[in-house]
Write a protein that binds this ligand. Structure first.
Ligand SMILES: [Zn+2]
Length: 375
């Protein structure tokens, strides 16, 4: 199995954009989303929602606090590449969460959302979080890009709420929605997968959510999002021109992805780094993985292997991570452990490849587009 895995890794590295530079991009998903509101809510919901003990996201992933961001920036600031630049997290972020009060007041008839600044205000430990995002942007340590308006399939969730789906309502009462719902025949998809769909009419609301989210993104950060990482992966290609119209130029895809077609149908798509798809979006494909919140694996060694493969195939190293690693409000040990491992990882990468260059996903996308234009 290990041998086959190695061959697979080499094969997926073959096609696509190449470079002799040792470029390291750190992508981290889910910033701004509530996920698990608190340890107390986890304790209340774990049994009734059948949250599995190994479901690490629901166990530790919570809205980032000021402490989380300060601790992360401290680590990033302690490294520099040969250009004198610090490692930078491309923070794949949502810009809104559901407005639970308004939705309840509407009798679960109408969806409303609040911007993340309002969400941060409602969590005492997060009062400075947005100011810290801005500080991270200013200091090139933390560069938000687009993960959708909210990390939620609005239509599927509203339908379940309206139909009084017991688990959905119970979670709602605790301001939570991110439990696994795919296997539930009444729901059939993950609430977390904002752009998955059951039938093609789901596309109508999704066609509005994308521009609304991109406009809010620009309002919050003062720049347009250029990179889109669809939550959980699913995205209909019908939505891609809408993304492009809203300013998106780069799309995160996996080598093999499943495009939802509605009515339970889907289509497999193959992508590679730098592929320009029919909607003129350039694909960025993650090829390295670092998720130390999942215990029981040596993430430093496996990620170093990933980076080594990438560089030996003349690829940039695009590291996939999640906020869950850096989230400490439910379990501070989780954040401390991940940050310590991130330090080891960055230290070792700079030691093995002293010519490593830290870069954002947007900068990498631009570099790829320019080299494509120059043929
Ligand atoms: Zn996500």
């Amino acid at each position: 199995v290990e041998f086959k895995h190695q061959i697979y890794k080499h094969l997926v590295s073959l096609p696509g954009w190449k470079t002799d530079r040792h470029i390291l991009v750190l992508e981290s998903d889910d910033w701004g989303s509530i996920r698990m509101p608190s340890e107390k809510v986890y304790d209340i919901l774990q049994k009734p929602l059948s949250i599995q003990p190994d479901d690490i996201y629901n166990k530790v992933d919570s809205l980032e606090t000021s402490d989380d961001l300060v601790a992360l920036y401290d680590v990033l600031r302690s490294f520099k590449d040969f250009n004198g630049r610090c490692p930078v997290i491309t923070a794949i972020a949502v810009v809104a969460n559901p407005d639970f009060d308004k939705i309840r007041q509407s009798g679960y008839n109408e969806y409303s959302f609040e911007t993340i600044t309002r969400t941060f205000d409602r969590y005492p430990a997060c009062h400075d979080s947005f100011a810290l995002w801005k500080e991270g942007i200013k200091n090139s340590l933390f560069m938000p890009q687009f993960h959708g308006r909210e990390h939620l399939n609005v239509r599927a969730w509203m339908k379940a709420l309206y139909n009084d789906h017991a688990k959905t309502r119970l979670a709602f009462d605790h301001q939570m929605w991110g439990f696994s719902t795919q296997a539930d025949p009444a729901i059939n998809l993950e609430f977390q997968a904002a752009f998955d769909m059951r039938d093609r009419s789901d596309l109508e609301s999704q066609k509005e959510i994308i521009p609304s989210g991109l406009a809010l993104f620009e309002e919050l950060f003062g720049y347009k999002a250029m990179y889109f990482v669809p939550p959980n992966g699913p995205l209909s290609s019908i939505l891609e021109p809408i993304c492009h119209n809203g300013g998106i130029r780069y799309l995160s895809t996996s080598t093999l992805s499943k495009e939802p077609k509605g009515n339970g149908r889907s289509r497999y798509k193959i992508s590679w780094l730098g592929k320009e798809n029919r909607s003129k979006l350039i694909c960025l494909v993650r090829n390295c993985f670092f998720e130390p919140c999942h215990e029981g694996k040596n993430w430093i060694n496996s990620c170093l292997d990933d980076v080594s493969y990438a560089f030996s195939w003349h690829k940039p190293a695009i590291v996939s991570m999640h906020r869950a690693n850096f989230s400490g409000s439910i379990n501070e040990k989780n954040r401390k452990n991940s940050l310590q491992q991130l330090k080891f990882l960055l230290n070792e990468i700079l030691h093995r490849w002293p010519d490593t260059e830290f870069m954002t996903s947007e900068e990498l996308g631009k570099l790829i587009s320019i080299s494509k234009m120059n043929g």
